[in-house]
Structure formats: C-alpha cells, structure tokens
Design a protein around this ligand. Structure first.
Ligand code: GDP
Length: 266
C-alpha cells in the first residue's frame, strides 16, 4: 500500500472488474501508539488506488471500507449516512479522509466508487487484538485450564456487532448496483462489552465474574462509547439484511476457539 508504482503496475496489468479496498492499519488502539504509520498508510494507500484506477482502469468498480469509527463522538443516535463525523483516533481520521477521497473521485472523475460505513463485524477470523476474539479465546483457554484470568479495559463501551459474512455480502451488493453510493451497514442492535463476555463465558458454562480483571492501561485516551447503526438506506435500496444474530456470532467464535484448542491439545 506504500508504493504508488506497484499499485499502478498491478491495476494496469489486471484492470480488475471489482476492487475491494480493505487494506489498512485497522486497529484503533494501535493508531494511538503510531499515528504516523496509520495516517500515512491508510490515507495514501486509498489515494494511490483511486489515482491508479483513474489513470489505468476507469471501468473498475471500487469499494472503500469506511468505518463506524468515523462517527466517533456521536451527537445523534442511531447513526446513518447523514450523521456528522467526529473521529476520535488517527484510525477514524484516516477513514474519514479515505471516505472523502472516494466520494471526490466519484464526483470529479465519474468512477464507480462506493463506500460502506461498516459497523464492527466479527468472525472466527477476527484478529486477537480485538475485544471479541480476545474474549472468545480467553473463554476457551480458561475452560481448558490454560489461562486463569482475562484483563479488559472499558467494558461499558457499546458496539453494534454483526457477522463479517453478512457484511461482505453487503460490500459485494454495493458494487452490483448501477449507481455508486455510500451506505451504512450494521444490525441496528447494540451490546456492551460486558454483555459479550457474559454470553461468551456462558456458552462454556463459565461465570465471567470469576475471571474478569479490569486493567486501567487498556482504557483508550479517547473512547467511542456508543455506536449503533441505522441501516435503512441499504435495506431499502439494495434489500440487504443481516442474517446472523448476536447470539449465533458469539457462539460460533467461542466454539471455534474451544474446538481448535482442544484439537491442538490432543
Ligand atoms: P473497535 O470498535 O474497532 O475499537 O474494536 P475493538 O474490538 O478493539 O474494541 C471495542 C470496544 O471494546 C472498545 O470500546 C474498547 O475500548 C473496548 N475494550 C475493552 N477492553 C478491551 C480490550 O482489552 N481490548 C480491546 N481491543 N478493546 C477493549
């Protein structure tokens, strides 16, 4: 993502019909530790791809992975396509810049460029640095006697968590439309981190209160406390609806980690 020359070369060679731009330093907490890498990679990377498409492949359909972190310190709830952005981290700022770049290339150069403003989406493929996977893995390890406690930061933060499978379908559907546009993608429901851990531990017949310890170092310098989507636009225009429930998501993640660890131990 750091080489405009490489991106131009590959875009020119392949002239892709569809391009899904998900590459980024996407971990919010790390973006506080290294603002420069986050901003440089995320903003320039998006700019490089858009510019390469404009030069070499104007018929490609482009998807930009926007994020609910762009809403940040929200003034209205739920958040939709008209909610003002107030990002609270270098990650959120970089995503606002990518969103603006995408819209500008659509308007100025007529590219089929769309942004999804995706709320948190999880699965057993989630990175271990994110709270959902940290919790599912800890539940499995504690159940198997490999770990005693789990340390978390702000467990009152609330997120609109969906399943990545549903959200990838939304991305694909956006590029099948005649007209490029921007869409909020989320479930419209929302849960506290505490509710996630409670449910995750219950799946393995554990009471999370016996294992959870709060670590002040895991609190963020500026936090996004409440995110909840209003995805009416994508529901009405594209007919997209999430199919996988919160309970199914938590259960899939926990059982995946538990079964994988059990197999490894065998
Ligand atoms: P994000 O919404 O993209 O930042 O996704 P995360 O999964 O990293 O964080 C979701 C929420 O969980 C945030 O409000 C965090 O502050 C909160 N949280 C509480 N404890 C932890 C923790 O130990 N790790 C992470 N990653 N998040 C935590």
């Amino acid at each position: 993502m750091e080489s405009y020359a490489s991106i131009c070369k590959i875009v020119n060679l392949i002239k892709p019909e569809e391009i899904y731009h998900l590459a980024a330093q996407s971990y919010v907490d790390y973006s506080f530790q290294d603002e420069f890498t986050t901003l440089n990679t995320n903003i320039n990377g998006t700019h490089y791809i858009l510019s390469a498409l404009k030069e070499f492949s104007q018929d490609s359909k482009f998807y930009f992975a926007g994020s609910s972190e762009m809403f940040g310190k929200v003034t209205t709830t739920p958040q939709d396509e008209n909610t003002p952005f107030h990002p609270r981290s270098a990650y959120g700022i970089s995503k606002v810049a990518g969103f603006d770049l995408t819209r500008n290339y659509r308007e100025a150069y007529n590219l089929h460029a769309s942004s999804g403003i995706l709320f948190n989406h999880e699965s057993p493929r989630r990175g271990f640095e994110f709270v959902t996977r940290k919790i599912s893995l800890a539940a499995a390890r504690i159940k198997l006697g490999l770990q005693k406690n789990i340390y978390l930061g702000n467990i009152e933060a609330r997120r609109d968590w969906g399943h990545a499978k549903d959200y990838v379908e939304a991305m694909w559907l956006m590029l099948q439309q005649n007209k490029p546009d921007d869409y909020v993608v989320g479930t419209g429901k929302n849960y506290a981190v505490q509710e996630f851990i409670k449910k995750a531990f219950e799946i393995l017949d554990l009471n999370y209160e016996h294992y959870l310890k709060i670590d002040k170092n895991l609190f963020r310098p500026s936090e996004v406390n409440l995110l909840i989507s209003n995805a009416t636009k994508i529901q009405n225009i594209i007919n997209w609806q999430p199919k996988i429930t919160f309970e199914e998501l938590v259960s899939e993640m926990v059982l995946f980690d538990y079964n994988s660890l059990k197999n490894q131990l065998k």
